[in-house]
Design a protein around this ligand. Structure first.
Ligand SMILES: *Cc1c(COP(=O)(O)O)cnc(C)c1O
Length: 448
């Protein structure tokens, strides 16, 4: 590896979500090129990007269609202020998003990253109730083990202790409901039965706090940063109906699960529900450029529409809101979905992921293999019978990470959970390579 670059990097960079001291022993990998499912480092070593570069990439690196769209847009307009001005890519993208998202979502408000899209939904929900004269509504209900981003508002409605705990004193006072996550269900209980049981506690909170709660925020079907824990769509149906009953907004954070990850274009479709707000980012641009959008209903939009002097407007903005290059990448991404049977092909890929990992269910140190569509997670465990987890300090997942890198596969376990969330252009043969490497890594990491 070109150590000169590494030294230069470590002299001036502070990498995200990283204890920088780890890099005294952990190699930093310099990528110079990407193509399809592959990323290539400066020594020419290639890695299969089995985690879509942090869940953003959908159709491969250097996708010819998306590349062409961005290049064409670049020669026309790179960026323009979106207040008072507009541009064709953002208009067309908004029309198409309204078309493909669940019914009732009719407006697009843009931001430039997922956390900001969550902030928009939280602020807008609160502000909606104020515009209606409901001043008591100042709180949010979130789900245990959820993740909605790193800014203080988004972190407030997140509940993964690793990211949240230290900042606790700075955060909003939110109400936390137990997760519908099915990992800890009793033996013999189905996903559906467990997720339904878990709803009872949510119902109690909704009854008790209806007057002071603006919205419930939830990640539909998969708590991605929360160790890829999964649940049954029945929970979402129950939640939608209850939010309507108690006059509370439902915010669906599909930043990670949107655009086909769980098998349907949006995870909400599997519960046949429409949220009041939907947050999208990550796959929105096919993994190319930072862009995020919060969609909402006409009813919410109307509550802000008034004479300026009444001060009901949503005076929120981000500098790069609705960036034309990002919008052109998003449009090209939607063109690929429209022009090819992507979701149909993914059924085959998802089955391939399932079949190749099925035997891991019997592994003495694997608690569970779970899957929703194109997201498959394998949870390692110290004691399968007592369900005692490996202590986090042992960093078993890191052993899998290192092994996989050596074998030319990018996996990035979350604690003891190894997961596959590949770009949709991956082949069954490449899935087989990834799974074999993951299995070797799991054997190594659980050996002692
Ligand atoms: C990644 C993620 C976010 C935050 O998005 P950023 O662009 O990283 O700020 C929010 N919610 C979910 C569910 C995510 O996975």
């Amino acid at each position: 590896m070109n150590s000169n670059f590494v030294d230069r990097d470590l002299a001036v960079l502070w990498h995200p979500c990283t204890q920088m001291k780890d890099h005294e022993t952990l190699p930093l990998i310099l990528i110079q090129r990407g193509e399809g499912v592959w990323i290539e480092d400066v020594d020419g070593k290639r890695y299969i990007d089995a985690i879509s570069s942090w869940w953003v990439n959908l159709f491969g690196h250097a996708n010819p269609r998306i590349n062409a769209a961005i290049k064409a847009q670049l020669d026309k307009l790179e960026h323009v202020i979106l207040a008072g001005f507009s541009h064709e890519p953002v208009i067309t993208l908004s029309e198409r998003l309204v078309q493909i998202t669940p019914e009732g979502l009719s407006r697009c408000f843009y931001a430039d990253n997922g956390s900001s899209a969550v902030e928009v939904a939280l602020k807008m929900s609160f502000h909606y109730w104020r515009n209606l004269g409901q001043y008591k509504k100042t709180r949010f209900i979130s789900i245990d083990n959820s993740y909605h981003g790193e800014t203080l508002g988004a972190l407030s409605v997140g509940n993964v202790p690793l990211y949240r705990e230290i900042y606790g004193p700075l955060l909003l006072d939110t109400i936390v409901a137990p997760s519908p996550d099915c990992f800890d269900r009793e033996p013999g209980v189905s996903w559906e039965a467990h997720s339904r049981q878990q709803f009872a506690a949510m119902e109690t909170l909704l009854v008790r706090h209806a007057e002071e709660v603006c919205a419930v925020i939830i990640e539909p079907l998969v708590q991605c940063a929360g160790y890829m824990r999964m649940y049954h769509p029945a929970y979402l149906s129950l939640l939608r109906a209850a939010c309507d009953r108690y006059g509370i907004h439902l915010i669906a954070d599909e930043i990670a699960v949107g655009f086909g990850r769980t098998g349907t274009m949006f995870a909400c479709e599997q519960a046949d529900i429409s949220p009041d707000f939907m947050c999208l980012s990550k796959g929105l641009t096919g993994g190319y450029l930072p862009l995020a959008v919060t969609l909402m209903t006409d009813e919410i939009y109307r509550a802000f529409y008034d004479d300026y002097e009444n001060l009901t407007a949503f005076l929120h903005s981000h500098s790069y809101t609705g960036n034309p290059l990002g919008c052109s990448a998003a449009l090209a991404t939607l063109d690929i979905f429209a022009g090819q049977p992507v979701l149909e092909n993914n059924v085959t890929l998802a089955k391939c992921m399932h079949d190749l990992t099925e035997d891991l269910q019997e592994h003495p140190y694997v608690a569970e293999v779970r899957q929703h569509g194109m997201i498959l997670a394998i949870e390692m465990i110290k004691d399968k019978k007592s369900r005692e987890p490996y202590p986090w300090q042992e960093r078993r997942g890191l052993k899998v990470y290192r092994h996989a890198l050596g074998k030319g596969v990018l996996l990035r376990p979350l604690g003891n959970v190894i997961y596959l969330m590949p770009p949709y252009i991956i082949t069954p043969e490449q899935i087989e390579t990834v799974v074999n490497v993951a299995k070797e890594g799991i054997d190594l990491a659980t050996r002692d």
